[in-house]
Every structure is written in C-alpha cells, then in structure tokens.
Ligand binder design. Sequence first.
Ligand code: NDP
Length: 283
Amino acid sequence: MSAQIIDGKAVAAALIEEVRAGVDARLAAGKRAPALAVILIGDDPASAVYVRNKKKSCEKAGIRSLAWDLPASTTQEELLAIVDQLNADNEVDGILVQLPLPEHIDPQAVIERIAPHKDVDGFHPYNMGRLAIKMPLLRPCTPRGVMTLLEKYGIDPKGKKAVIVGASNIVGRPQALEMLLARATVTVCHSATENLAAEVAAADIVVAAVGKPGFVKGEWVKPGAVVIDVGINRLADGTLAGDVEFAQASERAAFITPVPGGVGPMTIATLLQNTLDCANLHA
Ligand code: NDP
C-alpha cells in the first residue's frame, strides 16, 4: 500500500482564499481590513524567514501587517510596553510575538500580556483554557491547521484513537485538546513515555511533534493509519525533514503529510484565519 499524500499547500491556498473572501465581505460592509501586528526581536535567521512568510501571506489575504522589527537588546519592559500599546490600539486586531525570544525575556510574561481577544497564536492561558473546556475562541494555529487538513480530506477523528507524540504548549498539548474536542480517544506521549512504539502502533491517527528527524519509525505505523508530521528539522545538507520516517511510513499509512508542504503552510494560513476571527470579534 502507498499512502495518499495530504497536500497542505493546496489546502492552505484554498484557506487563504476563504480568508480573503471574509476580508472582502468586511470591506463590502464598510468595515476596515483586519490588521495584524507582527513583533520580531533580534536577528534569528529562521524567525526572520517565518515572519517574512507571514507578512507575505497577509498581503495575499488582504490583511494589513504592521511590522515591529526590534533589536535583540530590547528589554522585557520595552516589549511589554509595546504590547500594552497594541492592546489599546483599536486599529490592531491581532498581535503576534515571534518565538523564540532572546534569553533575557520571559516568553510566558509576554504571552500573558497580550489581550486574549488579540491573541492570534492562541497561546494565552485564557484561550488554552477555553479550548480545554470545549469553548474554543482563538485556537493555536498549528493544531487548528491540522484539524482543517483532516476535515478537508474527509477524515473524522470521532471515535478514532489519536496518538500525539509531543506535549509542548504550542503543538502537542493543544493538539491533544483539539482531538478530544473532535471526540477522538487521545493519548499524549512525551519524553517520559514508556514503549512509544506500542503507543504509536495502536493509533488510527498519529501526530508527530517532537523536533527530531525520522524519530517516529515507519514500522510503528498501523496499516491504514493517518500520519500527520508536524516536525520541521533542517538536516546537515540543508534539506528539511519531518519527525516521521516518511518513505517507510508511506508504505503502511492510508494518508500522510509530507515535509515540507504538509502542516507548515497550514500554520500560516490558520494564522490569517485567526486574524480575521479576531477582527470579527471586535470590529
Ligand atoms: P518542543 O521541543 O517544545 O517539544 C517537543 C516535545 O517532544 C516535548 O513534549 C518532548 O517531551 C517530546 N519529546 C522529546 N523527546 C522525546 C522522546 N524521546 N519521546 C517522546 N517524546 C519526546 O517542540 P515543539 O512542539 O515546539 O515543535 C516540535 C516540532 O514541530 C519541531 O520540529 C518544530 O520545528 C515543529 N513545528 C512545526 C510547526 C509547523 O508549522 N509545521 C509549528 C511549530 C513547530 P517533554 O514534554 O517530556 O519534554
């Protein structure tokens, strides 16, 4: 068997078009275009690429992006003051602070300073809490993007066994909550999990978000399973690889996401969707 490849690029492009239509509907109703403030601190090259892509995608969807490119020397107090200013600005719908932040800034303090209704990344404890109690408002982009991918491919997690490998605040944990919301039976694995292979082998849907290339072995995958690879790892030769052994897993899975071209584009498209949601929440 050879798995059907889930085309994240195509689904993301369609989602950006949907967001564009939502923006156009706002304009037709006499409202302004949604505006996203993007704060980038320092000169981490990977973060700069992510931020550039986010700004470009905003343009495609008709969303205004407001660039806040700050030096690495920016203090936590200065950053919090900017967040306060953006929270109070009625022309700004969403606030994104690109992670990771320099060592001298506590990311949690910054995340918690963003007004929950402008929290496009959905990382504020208020939004994570709402997701946990089945009342989602703004949902973290990557896990929400994964759910959109499943939906577009007609894969309903209800009643299925979903195994999430990784339990970070930005991917694994909210992914587990999303799966629970979709009525899957959920197992969350992390570095203290015993017998990971057996956990993965029991999964109808496996989501890998570990950050180690080829960590999830193809032979662990249950025949006919759905494999979602969130991992983005740069190899020594400069190419990108996921957290799953792609070729081997493709032999067993029914569906699989490639890296690149799977979950990655969905994360950005979902950020735009969240920005439109933010705008529609308050203006
Ligand atoms: P983190 O490093 O924050 O979390 C990694 C998770 O993997 C942790 O929960 C950790 O466990 C778990 N883990 C580590 N080693 C093992 C092990 N041996 N067995 C089982 N679990 C293990 O990473 P992120 O969640 O931020 O990112 C994960 C990957 O996803 C990265 O490659 C990142 O680049 C990518 N990513 C991709 C995005 C996209 O748009 N496609 C968006 C965000 C991230 P523990 O909790 O015990 O430490």
